[in-house]
Design a binder for this molecule. Structure first.
Ligand code: PLP
Length: 438
């Protein structure tokens, strides 16, 4: 009996027999994707879906095929592609971030980041943000409240959960006189409490915009203040750019750069969009942290991280982003999309908040504006109806009520209009049934 597990969005998983000896676990109503082109995916009936979930466009084939025909090998050997790719990647980052470790998934990158951080000064504890997700490995489930609260896993004593710096639904909101300091002081308090019980902080880890956490954008100055507290405690700042990095926010290549030049993390992890579907990820850190790791006798090796084909793909992705000015596109289309969504917000009581930068936008759905009660079932209904219209969306956040728009970076203004027109129609029909129409 063969069983295959595959996830699709937030729908309940079911097992389905697809042959005498084969069972596949997938969502109740999955889409079987046969091919993809640019921002579109096509199912087995040839139906076209506008993809508002994935990263860059679906084709960087030539570079991979060419390199595969020439050479692929494991990571023991030096080759030109890895040197060229490491140079190109580090050129996108501020100094002193200059040492690359190539890995194969965002989870592997974050796991290695934790090892580097813990080895640096021999501290063990990690501060993570509430509702965060940093990957599927055991070491990361431990620091991902998004996951460990759902299962039987419990919070470990070396993990500290700081409040998510959410100024819409969190403890300190947009009307607070200094939410950045208030949220950063929560981190400071965690560090002080940990010290009192003899624990030492190895790292603070966060995404520059919390994606699974519900598209949370921290108030300006928050990260600088947190970095100061963490450094004072001898820890390092890990920026998880696996989902939010690589030009999606438009003006900046890395989303942590949105917070100003005076904020530089000690370790940056990256993944998803780097390989355009090909397994490729990386950890970039400072010489000081890397040297502390190797001089302690620790070794890092994985068989295929940074192999010639992965690096050829990575280089081709960087070329596409540059040559097609996809960051410029993210700014232009992102601004247009935000304008359209702001109009929808004025029209539809179900929309509580629109948050985002470039082509990474969250629509926070609420049952009422005053209490900001999350509209979870409504979000699921909208995703389902949008799928019927040929638009693929997902919902995130602790209440699964934040529609997440994170399309391929070649998304156009027409795509944005198409998506918002359907959203408008579905919201109107839903609000009529709910009796909440403006
Ligand atoms: N970090 C963040 C912020 C993510 O969203 C994810 C995946 O969703 C990961 C890490 C893990 O990446 P991967 O699924 O490639 O292991």
């Amino acid at each position: 009996m063969c069983e295959l597990y595959c996830k699709q969005d937030t729908l309940a998983l079911r097992g389905k027999h697809i042959g005498p000896s084969c069972k596949v676990f997938f969502a109740a109503d999955p889409i079987k994707i046969m091919r993809a082109q640019g921002q579109y995916m096509f199912d087995e009936k040839g139906e076209r879906y506008l993809d508002c979930i994935n990263n860059v466009a679906h084709e960087v084939v030539k570079a991979a095929t060419k390199q595969m025909e020439l050479l692929n090998t494991n990571s023991r050997f030096l080759h030109d592609n890895i040197v060229e790719y490491a140079k190109r990647l580090t050129a996108t980052l501020p100094q002193p971030l200059s040492v690359c470790y190539f890995t194969n998934s965002g989870s592997e990158a974050n796991d290695l980041a934790l090892r580097l951080a813990r080895q640096f000064r021999g501290h063990q504890d990690v501060i993570t943000l509430d509702h965060a997700y940093h990957g599927h490995l055991s070491s990361l489930i431990e620091i991902s409240p998004y996951k460990f609260r759902k299962g039987k896993d419990v919070k470990k004593e070396f993990v500290h959960v700081a409040p998510s710096p959410d100024t819409y639904r969190g403890k300190y909101r947009e009307d607070h006189e200094d939410a950045a300091t208030a949220y950063a002081d929560e981190v400071k308090k965690i560090i002080e409490d940990a010290h009192r019980s003899g624990r030492k902080i190895a790292a603070f880890i966060a995404e520059s915009m919390q994606s699974c956490g519900g598209q949370i954008i921290p108030p300006a100055g928050y990260f600088q203040k947190v970095a100061e507290h963490v450094h004072n405690a001898g820890g390092v700042f890990i920026a998880d750019e696996v989902q939010v990095g690589f030009g999606r926010v438009g003006k900046h290549f890395w989303s942590f750069q949105m917070y100003g030049e005076d904020f530089i993390p000690d370790i940056v992890t990256m993944g998803k969009p780097m390989g355009n579907g090909h397994p490729l990820s990386c950890v970039v850190t400072t010489k000081e942290i890397a040297e502390a790791f190797s001089s302690s006798g620790m070794e890092y090796f994985n068989t295929y991280g940074g192999n010639p084909v992965s690096c050829a793909v990575g280089l081709a992705v960087l070329d596409v982003i540059e040559n097609e000015n996809l960051q410029g596109n993210a700014v232009r289309v992102g601004n247009y999309l935000t304008e359209l969504l702001d109009e929808q917000k004025a029209k539809h009581p179900l929309i509580g908040d629109i948050r985002g930068v470039g082509l990474f936008i969250g629509i926070d759905l609420v049952k009422d504006h005053e209490k900001r009660t999350p509209a979870t079932a409504e979000a699921q209904h909208i995703i389902y109806k949008m799928k019927e219209k040929g638009v693929l969306l997902s919902a995130d956040g602790p209440h699964r009520n934040v529609l997440k728009i994170k399309p391929p970076m070649c998304f156009t203004e027409e795509d944005a209009k198409f998506m918002v027109d359907h959203l408008d129609g579905i919201l109107t029909a839903l609000e009529e049934v709910m009796g909440t129409k403006n």
